[in-house]
Design a protein around this ligand. Structure first.
Ligand SMILES: NC(=O)c1ccc[n+]([C@@H]2O[C@H](COP(=O)([O-])OP(=O)(O)OC[C@H]3O[C@@H](n4cnc5c(N)ncnc54)[C@H](OP(=O)(O)O)[C@@H]3O)[C@@H](O)[C@H]2O)c1
Length: 357
């Protein structure tokens, strides 16, 4: 499926349907808002839309493309009966609420790290491992915003040459840390004396080689960049070396990737493989100033790949990747997962991989 939106799918099967009862937890956050916009843009069949956030936001009205909506309270005594729940409110909320929603019949697509390493929760990038969605038992995990572009680029190269390992350095924008990250950068750019708040050091005019908390010699963000590609590509012992770096830009994560393969590689074959990968766009003519940048990726749905070149080492290739961390890195990927559930359901694919009625 070459980035087929549900809208195109509906046109093909001639179906509109009444729409689903959809919930968004974390609807006031940067990912929640992006998600609402993408659901509308892709004409996702939303019937009832229920929005949730922290208790402080309860009762607040917000404008959405689906009309004005009131932020509701998550009520443990009476968990809402929804069909599809997008969770974008962090790991603690996912732990507390994920199974509550699933036990009430919803399929939950969670964007936090909480379910990603759980064997019962598939970790899905629709263009990369669509088959794994069939393994879900009510909860599907959305990979990290750096993992998604990284693995989207690695998958076609793995198919062509057999991945033997990789080294990656990430350049991650402040929006990866939520709405507060963006406010912090804006404040620090205005006030040279502003104290560091959201990040461990001032981020304006700086880069910080540390994202998250300590995790066995790595930062927790680096651990995700190691564990998640292994799970998605089903290569549990793949050698991976990473450094995750926070950079002072608003939107767009980038990666410098150096990968080695089992079979001989060629730049031409690599380019062809990447060009045929759904959701990936190759921009690669450095002599003409053509290569991906986070600014060019911001607001776009595709993962941009360029600087494709031979690398030293065993059948080595080097490349540069940029993608919008809020869209393909988070909200868009989640919506594509939901679209795939509906496509499977409409295709008569029975079992647990459907959105319950
Ligand atoms: N930003 C990215 O690039 C990115 C990428 C991939 C994954 N993610 C993940 O997506 C999730 C959301 O991130 P974000 O960037 O959107 O963060 P954010 O802008 O800080 O938004 C956090 C959202 O969670 C809500 N929330 C906080 N505590 C809650 C509670 N106890 N119950 C219900 N809702 C609660 C907040 O509501 P209030 O407004 O009421 O506080 C807000 O809507 C996180 O798990 C993050 O790791 C983010």
């Amino acid at each position: 499926m070459k980035d087929q939106s549900l809208f195109q799918f509906m046109d093909e099967v001639g179906e509109t349907g009444p729409g689903y009862r959809v919930g968004i937890v974390g609807a006031t956050g940067i990912i929640g808002k992006t998600l609402i916009g993408i659901l509308h843009q892709r004409r996702f069949p939303v019937g009832d839309l229920h929005l949730y956030a922290s208790p402080e936001s309860e009762g607040r009205w917000i404008d959405t493309p689906f009309g004005q909506k009131c932020i509701e309270r998550l009520n443990k005594a009476r968990p809402p009966h929804l069909q599809l729940v997008f969770m974008a409110a962090g790991a603690a909320v996912a732990r507390e609420w994920g199974w509550r929603f699933a036990h009430r019949g919803a399929v939950v697509i969670d964007k936090s790290s909480y379910f990603r390493d759980k064997s019962y929760a598939p970790l899905v990038i629709p263009e990369v491992n669509p088959e794994s969605i069939r393994e879900h038992r009510g909860i599907i995990a959305n990979p990290n915003c750096t993992t998604i572009p990284l693995v989207a680029a690695l998958k076609p190269l793995h198919e062509a040459f057999g991945l033997a390992g990789f080294t990656a350095v990430s350049f991650q924008s402040v929006s990866g840390s939520g709405g507060n990250g963006m406010l912090t950068l804006a404040r620090e750019l205005e006030d040279i004396n502003a104290e560091a708040t959201t990040f461990p050091h001032r981020i304006a005019h700086n880069v910080i080689p540390w994202i998250g908390s300590p995790a066995g010699g790595h930062s927790s963000e680096e651990k995700k960049m190691i564990n998640e590609p292994r799970k998605i590509l089903r290569l549990p012992r793949l050698p991976i070396r990473v450094t995750a770096v926070r950079v002072p830009i608003m939107i767009g994560h980038s990666l410098a990737l150096h990968a080695s393969f089992r079979k001989p590689v060629s730049v031409e074959k690599a380019r062809k493989a990447l060009e045929s990968m759904p959701g990936v766009t190759v921009k690669d003519d450095p002599a003409d100033g053509l290569y991906p940048t986070p600014l060019a990726a911001a607001g776009r749905d595709e993962v941009l790949v360029g600087r494709i070149r031979r690398d030293r080492g065993w059948h080595g290739l080097a490349l540069w990747i940029s993608a919008d961390n809020l869209r393909k890195g988070a909200a868009l990927n989640a919506v594509q997962i939901a679209e795939m559930l509906i496509t499977n359901q409409a295709a008569g694919d029975s079992g647990v991989n459907t959105i319950p009625g």
